[in-house]
Structures are given as structure tokens and as C-alpha cells.
Design a protein around this ligand. Sequence first.
Ligand code: F6P
Length: 339
Amino acid sequence: MIQNENQKETSPRRKKLQKIGVFTSGGDAPGMNAAIRAVTRAAIANKLKVVGIRRGYQGMIEGDFIPLKSNDVSGILQTGGTMLKTARSAEFRTPEGREKAYQQLKKAEIDAVVVIGGDGSFTGALVLSQEYDISFVGIPGTIDNDLYGTDYTIGYDTALNTVVEAVDKIKDTARSHGRIFFVEVMGREAGLLALTSGIACGAEVILIPESNEQHSELQKFLKKGYRKKETSGIIMVAEGDEAGGAIKIAEQVRREHPDLDVRVSILGHIQRGGSPTAKDRVNATKMGVAAVEALLDDQQSIMIGLNNEKIVHVPFNKAVKMNHAIDINLLEIQKLLNI
Ligand code: F6P
């Protein structure tokens, strides 16, 4: 049973749904291929034709389309990246670019589209569907897990496990040398990945954009904790932290505490790659099927979400405008245990 965040957003469809498009957009995320596979096969099972739109909105503008049959999505469930490729398109931000994109969709007789991506991708879909007669349903795909209305976005679980594996290794060398490591993880505007990986790795301090109180925790750790314990330390830093990235924060710490042995490790795009975890594959599959069902049910401008493991429909305007609240209690837990 699907729960709706809002009342169902429907409009009378002029033409019976026959052909759908599917594409990935924005930063890639492990599990996007599993979602493409689920969308393609669920659509074919429902007698729909499927077109893969390559390179995100840029490919839509250029008509870079490929027909997708069941065999075309075989062997991709376990692979990272996106077989359809992705892009961030500046041209699509212009009315001329969007008109070209719409004309290409019409020329290819695509009736509705599944967009797999994050907030920028859904904002683009919302704008195009407001300007032209084309329906979109979204599947959240971003390692940031920052969309309102869904507990999970595709790729987050894999990225979390990648970060944890990397930090476990960094801890080995940090302990051997008695060093403090500032580990920067992705999350331009969202600290969830830093927060949960910090908890999973037993980080001494976690710096995230959603809370600036942690900087005093860092000072406490540097003044007392580190010396008291005479050991190493891991400071997790979300790239969007207001004090700047790990390099900037570490430089300041070096200036203030020249006696400390400080190193920086920026995990970077390693977090976006790799074979998706079982959880990301299952979630991507569930959401892919649900996206096709939503289109068959004449829904539009909604994102498929997962709430307590159940599929929910979240209007695009809510998913992109409201924040995915992070569990600040996790910071309290981290402080409590960090004695
Ligand atoms: O939106 C996902 C994300 O991975 C952010 O966490 C990160 O800031 C950004 O993408 C990096 O994007 P790009 O690969 O385009 O530099």
C-alpha cells in the first residue's frame, strides 16, 4: 500500500502511456544501474517501450537516446556508476535548452520520464513539466541522502560503507604514528554521510554543516582529550562544514597546536564508485518498480521515497525545498561515548 505525502498529483493524460524515458542526472551514485534495470524491466513487463536518455539533461537536449530492451540491462545490477552516463547541464537551465529537450522527447514519442538523481535533477524535471506537457517521476539517487521525504537515497549505503572501510584503514596508520587525521567526506550541503560514518568509525569529533557546536568539541578534544589519551584521533569533516573543508580546518589547528602531528585525508570521488551494497540494490529495485507503477497510475512530479521500508510518494516541490532532517541525537551519542 503506497502512502502519499500529499494528495495525489494527477492530471488527465491526453495520450495512453506507451513509451517512457529513463535517465540519470547530477552526481552518479552506486545503485543507479540497479534502478535503470528495474525501471526498464518493470516497464517492459507492463507492455511499455523504454528509451534510455544518455548524459542526463544534456543528452535530452541533444536527443542522445537509445532503446532499452530487457537484455540491455542484464549484468548491470551489481555495477557502480551509471550505464546511461550522467551530466550537469548548464544549457538545460535556459528556457531555450528546455525547449530543445522537450522537442527531442516529443520527436522520440516519449510520453513520460523517470529521472534518477538528486534535488537539482528533480528541480529541472519540475520546471520542464510546468512549462510543457510531459510527466516526470523521480527516484532519489545521491550519496548525500539529503532529500526530504525519504529515509534513503540510492548510493548512500554504499558510500557509507566505503567511507567506513577507508577510515578503518586510516585509523591503523593514525594509531601507529599517534596522529590526528582530518578526514573529509562528501556532502556540500549535507552532513549525514559524515555523521553516520563518524559514528560507525568512532570518530573523536564530527564537523557537519547542520551543527556548528562541534567546533567547541574539537577545541576540547585538542586541549584535553588528545593529550589525556595520548593516542590518535579521527575528526570527520563534511566538505560543506561552515569552517571550510578539512585542509582549512587542519591548517588552523596546526597553527594553534604546532606540537600536534596533524594529517588530512580527503576521500573524494572514491565515495561515489564501487559495486552497490545489497541494501542499495534492493532499494533501487523497489523504487524502480514503484516509479513505473506511479507513471501507470498517471502520477507526475513526485519522487518515490522509502519511509520505514514502505514506498511513499513525495511531491517534487517538497522533496527539493525541504531538508532531510539529520538525527542530531547521533551527535549527542557520539559525545556521550567519547570519554
Ligand atoms: O551531490 C553529490 C555530491 O557527491 C556531493 O556530495 C559533492 O559535493 C558533489 O556531488 C561533487 O560533485 P562533482 O563530482 O560534480 O564535483
